[in-house]
Design a binder for this molecule. Structure first.
Ligand code: NAD
Ligand code: WQD
Length: 356
């Protein structure tokens, strides 16, 4: 049954792709975003890509209880996907209070406003970072959690809060999805990852090297106990992540209480393999040099993705070549992201942005 889904952080990287996927499957979508890490232009692109409008889009901070309540009062929300958060690991070490305030405080405010409006169905963005420095891979949902930085701790704290809320409220249904490394872009080239400043993550950095915005990639260490010595990660196409959220919404009523799932492919890729695949997809070699390890990095993080497959009869379908191809198409079509061309104004920075 189509439903109205409120998507916090819906203008962001994963949120924007998820909105398109929800719209394409007949759901009504309401976005709440304060654009601290996204462009309002993404909202127009969501509607253009999906071929139908958002039901509403609000420039609202999820910590703003009154403004959030007004959104729930205006729209008959059936379920919520909660993406809005700060996500940079390094930044979280320098700004822990900001991270706890937004990620944990924002989740608490959202939960209480949801309860006031009798909305009890939630899909929550968690992260593979809750596993910390994994001792054995692949990681199952039962693997020990041991977050190593404030960002990862905010995600684990939110999971704990959600468990407690589910224990307290029999009507609550929560699916917490621990994503591994989302990359890639919508195949149209209209939506993709648009990081501000120097990208922290490897895929957008490589894409900017390919397009000529950066000279070369620094590969952080080649002395890890991995086949080629560089870090191994479970990269997952953002379209698979988006699809996973749409499928999650449709499975929210499977069981009462909270369930936690990995969202990964189960396939590990090293940095050098990623560099080679991107070179192949773009037809441009990616200049790179080996430098020291990045503090806090771990050798290998790969998901055991079997639990979600068993629960929902759903698996990821897009491979590394598709991830690189689609990331490259977005980078080529949007060499400076959505709106950061000289002289171009960012539209609709305040108030309600668009309503269908
Ligand atoms: P993103 O930064 O592109 O999107 C987050 C969105 O939330 C942005 O549009 C931002 O403006 C918005 N936002 C932030 N604080 C807000 C607030 N207080 N009120 C309203 N909106 C706010 O990040 P993303 O990559 O799309 O990540 C989405 C979620 O997935 C986050 O919760 C992140 O922690 C989680 N996650 C991301 C990754 C990844 O590698 N991208 C991996 C695991 C988990
Ligand atoms: C991937 C690999 C680096 C940049 C992060 C967050 C994690 C989760 C996913 C939110 C590593 C190497 C990187 C570069 C490099 N996000 N690398 N040169 O660190 O696995 O995970 O995103 O929940 O919490 O920490 O992703 O893309 O930064 O790094 O060699 O310029 O690429 O060492 O092996 P990471 P990443």
């Amino acid at each position: 049954m189509p439903e109205t889904v409120l998507v916090t952080g819906g203008a962001g990287f994963i949120g924007s792709h998820t909105c398109v996927e929800l719209l394409a499957h007949g759901h009504e979508v309401v976005v709440v975003d304060n654009h601290v890490n996204s462009s309002p232009h993404a909202l127009d692109r969501i509607a253009k890509t999906a071929g139908r409008p958002l039901a509403g889009a609000f420039h609202v901070d999820v910590r703003d209880r009154k403004a959030l309540a007004e959104v729930f009062a205006r729209h008959p929300v059936d379920s919520v996907i909660h993406f809005a958060a700060h996500k940079a690991v390094g930044e979280s070490v320098g700004h822990p209070v900001e991270y706890y305030d937004t990620n944990v405080g924002g989740t608490c405010t959202l939960l209480s406003v949801m309860h006031e409006h009798r909305v009890h169905r939630l899909v929550f963005s968690s992260s593979c970072s809750v596993y910390g420095d994994a001792q054995t891979v692949p990681l199952t949902e039962q693997s020990p959690v041991a977050p190593t930085n404030p960002y990862a701790r905010t995600k684990l704290m939110c999971e704990r809060i959600l468990e407690d809320v589910c224990t307290h409220l029999a009507e609550m249904r929560v699916l917490a999805l621990r994503y591994f490394n989302p990359v890639g872009a919508h195949p149209s080239g209209r939506l993709g990852e648009d990081p501000q400043g120097v990208p922290n993550n490897v895929m957008p950095y490589v894409a900017q090297v390919a397009v000529g915005r950066r000279q070369k990639l620094s590969v952080f260490g080649n002395d890890y106990p991995t086949p080629d010595g560089t870090g191994v990660r479970d990269y997952i196409h953002v379209m698979d992540v988006a699809e996973g959220h749409r499928v999650a919404v449709e499975h929210l009523d499977d069981r009462p209480g909270m369930q936690t799932f990995n969202l990964g492919t189960g396939t590990g890729t090293s940095v050098l393999q990623l560099v080679a695949a991107f070179g192949e997809a773009s037809g441009r070699p990616i200049p790179h040099q080996i430098v020291d390890r990045r503090p806090g990095d771990v050798a290998e993080l790969v998901a055991d993705a079997s639990a979600v497959a068993a629960a929902w009869d759903w698996t990821t379908t897009r491979d590394l070549a598709a991830m690189c191809r689609d990331a490259w198409r977005f980078q080529q079509l949007n060499p400076h992201g959505y709106s950061r061309r000289p002289g171009e104004a960012a539209a609709g920075e305040t108030g309600e942005l668009s309503c269908g």
